[in-house]
Design a protein around this ligand. Sequence first.
Ligand code: 13P
Ligand code: SF4
Length: 333
Amino acid sequence: MTIPLTANETMPKAELLAEIERLRKEKNAVILGHYYQDPEIQDLADFVGDSLDLSRKAAATDADVIVFCGVRFMAEVAKILSPEKTVVLPDMDAGCSLEDSCPPEEFKKFREAHPEHLCLTYINCSADVKALSDIIVTSSNAEYILDQIPADQKVMMAPDRHLGAYLSKKTGREMVFWPGSCIVHERFSEKELIKLKAEHPDAPVTAHPECPAHILDHADHVGSTSSILKFVLDNPAEKFLVATEPGILHQMQKSAPHKTFIGAPGADGNCNCNQCPYMALNTLEKLYHCLNTLEPQIQVDEETRKKALAPLNKMLEMSPAQAPVPPKSGRAF
Ligand code: 13P
Ligand code: SF4
């Protein structure tokens, strides 16, 4: 199989993989991959994980180069935590609808309108928004961090209103929300999910908290991508309905090939519409190019970086101890 590298250049896939391997060693690079990446990228990453896992890896690595196979805000977090490293992202257009839904100038006004509120900001946002926040959270530590904040402290959450509403319902705590959302998780259809549940009554439903309440209400488990993976591996059931981006199914199938995993459907009954279009921009050939040229590089100006680092460090201090979630690596070492 040959892979197009440019309009006039192709390379056999085996050669491309060998080149990536050679460049990884030559440049002392670590490849970090999110669970929503293409299976072939997950399989060659040094480490696959959720946003929190990947932030911790980026903070701890002794590699000179971090190749971040995920979306831009994740790579930006790596640069904020490890400014001395070169951080590259295969495609700089790999954004996030949650980040887009929260422009920094508007967010600043929102904060100013609630001067008494402590601001817990979801990691899916720009460095500028992080710089205006008190504590960053991810879907795997938000509840744990919220529990450490005194009950009489007013709290606001941005930018994901569904994560905010889920936490508010679960903890009984009133909060002010920024009205942002993820276009991918909003596409699941409640009607189709009910039909699928009726067809598979023995299959527990697991969902990401970025889903709207009408989907989460049908879930047996709600959690981050790592937590979803752990749930399906630990649970004795043989079949699961999974309401998050379908990239995660790859790790499930690899770790538990005897189980059946069914992606929750979108409105047309087909779950392909739930693929994250931003994550899909990263490809094997772009990964090769960015390792080869060390471009495009993530840059964060030093003043913003320092301001964004404080709420990120707060998150790392307030997070639970790292839970070992299999698999630790995409590669077979
Ligand atoms: P996780 O932190 O659960 O990996 O979620 C990141 C994300 O962008 C989900 O859409
Ligand atoms: Fe952003 Fe949604 Fe894609 Fe996650 S799935 S990166 S929240 S657009």
